[in-house]
Design a protein around this ligand. Sequence first.
Ligand code: SAM
Length: 329
Amino acid sequence: MFLSDKFGRPITDLRIAITDHCNYKCVYCRTGNDGALYSDLPFADYLRMARVFAGLGIKKVRLTGGEPLLRKGVVDFVRDLAQLRSADGEPLELALTTNGHLLAELAQPLKDAGLQRVTVSMDAVDPERFARITRVPNGYDRVLAGIRAAKRVGLEPVKVNCVLLRGFNEDQIIPFGMFAREEDVVLRFIEFMPLEEDRVWSPDVVVTLNEILRRMSEYRPLAEIPHARSETARRYRFDDGIGEIGVIAPVSQPFCGHCSRIRLTSDGKIRTCLFSVWDHDLHAQMRRGASDSQLEDFIRGVVQKKEERHHIGEADFVPASRTMVHIGG
Ligand code: SAM
């Protein structure tokens, strides 16, 4: 029996944070003072976990962090993951989310190792604003070079994720639309969620799906691309067919009913929801000498505890027990 939770949602998508370290200090994510809080595990441990998950029906693995490209050995790890097979005997889909700072050098080796796709996070398309958001000088050119390298080597479709904050980078909507067309990348705006280290989230700061579409249409008309119900992004193409944008709207249009995700933190804890208030220590089971079938039982039990939905913006909202950078987005 493949993994599914008590609400009948199949769990097919695993995200593994391979480090808690990050070289950017994005203002909406980190305080700027705190570094890594949790340990990293040897790659062999993540690999065993991924193999057990694959045997349970996981089809897609996305590497994240922290910043996954900071971790030495990431290319070899991708090569090892590419050898795994999902329960139906197929290779896993392998993707990675990165801030792009180190991508220009690593794109080709990652592709050769078996990575299929990459998502690059980028919250402004002007170098100065980019530096203010990331609190790192001269990052913009490196990230742009990373995006271009990823395209060149065929880590496609290259997606660019942008989180908008009202009063900070909402004026980047149209420039991002132009960027998507010029660079031929798939753009994804993500609504800002209350998962930051500093408590800056409030409903007013969220630039919502409807607002993004309204603004973007002032630049060029958009036509919606039909999407599967399980897709998290609402997708649109510009009227002339050039450039795709999408909006992932967990705040204004939650998609928890279709969630197929489960996450492993860098220190080997399973998280069933970004907004979980607890995690489940898979690595502790391994340290105690659990067999693969005991790990499978543990994972099945944990999946049954997957939350029905998040409670963002509701009176009973309880902040997650970890912030985004320490979970893995
Ligand atoms: N370092 C990698 C990167 O920059 O993509 C991977 C980790 S980062 C935490 C993953 C994604 O989470 C990024 O696209 C980032 O913009 C997004 N993110 C961080 N905090 C967020 C928040 N509070 N709401 C929505 N997205 C957030």
